[in-house]
Design a protein around this ligand. Structure first.
Ligand SMILES: [Zn+2]
Ligand SMILES: [Zn+2]
Length: 335
């Protein structure tokens, strides 16, 4: 991106050198995420252009900067949204690294991301990638994956609890798999009958067609949901699920849907709450990758070569991709 609102352009550039505490990564693959539109359109404050987007990166460490400890050339690593934090502000010292007020770094926003053959990143941003995960298949786990995995495991739901996954798209198709593998009674909720076979194949125990039936009423027939993970981008669809929460239930919002209007009576009468969730840090990414490798959680992707990045981006923005779009930067999956 040369400027906000401009086109994605393929350019030749010198291979970057890692500064102290950073590594250089030769990129295998990078997922194309809806948040990349923040860079493309300049909707994130303070972006300096030119800027390379991409925060679902898997590649191999190719060079290490001075003072790098614990990471070596040749290791395969993943890099997600959270690119770093200061470590000394009040929020950092409370462990809320995502809320760093001094130097919050975001991959592909604060520094160049993975729509490139090489990138440099601080070691705090690195996650180890298990050997048996394919880079192209697994790149989306670094944003769509960690977001759903981390929201679910921090939701308060325990194995056996009923958990709804609202929306079967880029986030939801992973959310259903994670929820089922975590041992939740997993209810997939989406519009239309056609998504039911896929939802059940991904591990959902029940499917609610929200066009046909009232999702809250259906959830209540099953005793109500301890948690509903809301991945949709339609605010009305989110709030319609709220009365389907069991007492003390939580609507976990991870889809960016703008303004929600919630029924205060539904909140009060059931001690229900609405919560947002931020993706997570590099160790959360690593946990996501390990859990996925151990339990066979896989992203369903449409794959494009790096030089087709503009087409890949348009495909992602169309909302029609099934389900994530990935740039196969190193060309491993092409013949
Ligand atoms: Zn993302
Ligand atoms: Zn900080």
């Amino acid at each position: 991106m040369a400027k906000a609102g401009g086109p994605l352009e393929l350019i030749e550039r010198a291979i970057p050198e890692p500064q102290p505490g950073w590594v250089r990564v030769k990129v295998d693959a990078c997922g194309v995420c809806h948040s990349d539109s923040l860079v493309k359109e300049g909707h994130w404050p303070g972006i300096e252009y030119p800027r390379i987007p991409g925060h679902e990166v898997i590649g191999v460490i190719d060079a290490v900067g001075r003072d790098v400890k614990g990471w070596e050339v040749g290791e395969r690593v993943g890099i997600g949204w959270h690119g770093g934090n200061c470590g000394y502000c009040d929020n950092c010292r409370r462990g809320d690294f995502f809320a760093c007020t001094v130097s919050l770094l975001i991959t592909g926003i604060s520094f160049d991301g993975g729509y490139a053959e090489y990138l440099v990143a601080p070691t705090i941003a690195l996650a180890k990638v298990p050997n048996d995960l394919d880079s192209v298949e697994s790149a989306p786990l670094l944003c769509a994956g960690i977001t759903t995995f981390n929201a679910l495991r921090n939701s308060g739901a325990r194995p056996g609890d009923t958990v709804g996954v609202l929306g079967i798209g880029g986030l939801g198709h992973l959310g259903v798999q994670f929820a089922a593998k975590m041992g939740f009674n997993t209810i997939a909720i989406a519009r239309g009958k056609d998504k039911e076979p896929l939802a059940l194949k991904l591990g959902a125990h029940h499917y609610i067609d929200s066009q046909e039936k009232n999702p809250a009423a259906e959830l209540n027939k099953m005793g109500g949901a301890k948690v509903v993970i809301a991945t949709v981008t339609h605010p009305g669809a989110m709030t319609a699920a709220l009365p389907g929460l069991a007492p003390n239930g939580v609507l976990m919002v991870i889809g960016a849907a703008g303004v929600l209007s919630v029924d205060s009576i539904a909140l009060i009468s059931g001690k229900r709450s609405v919560q947002g969730w931020y993706s997570g840090t590099s160790i959360d990414s690593q946990d996501t990758l390990q859990f996925s490798a151990a339990n066979g959680v896989q992203s369903m992707n449409e794959v494009f070569p790096l030089d087709k990045a503009p087409e890949a981006y348009e495909r992602m923005m169309s909302g029609k991709a099934r389900f994530r779009v990935v740039l196969d930067v190193a060309g491993r999956q092409r013949s």
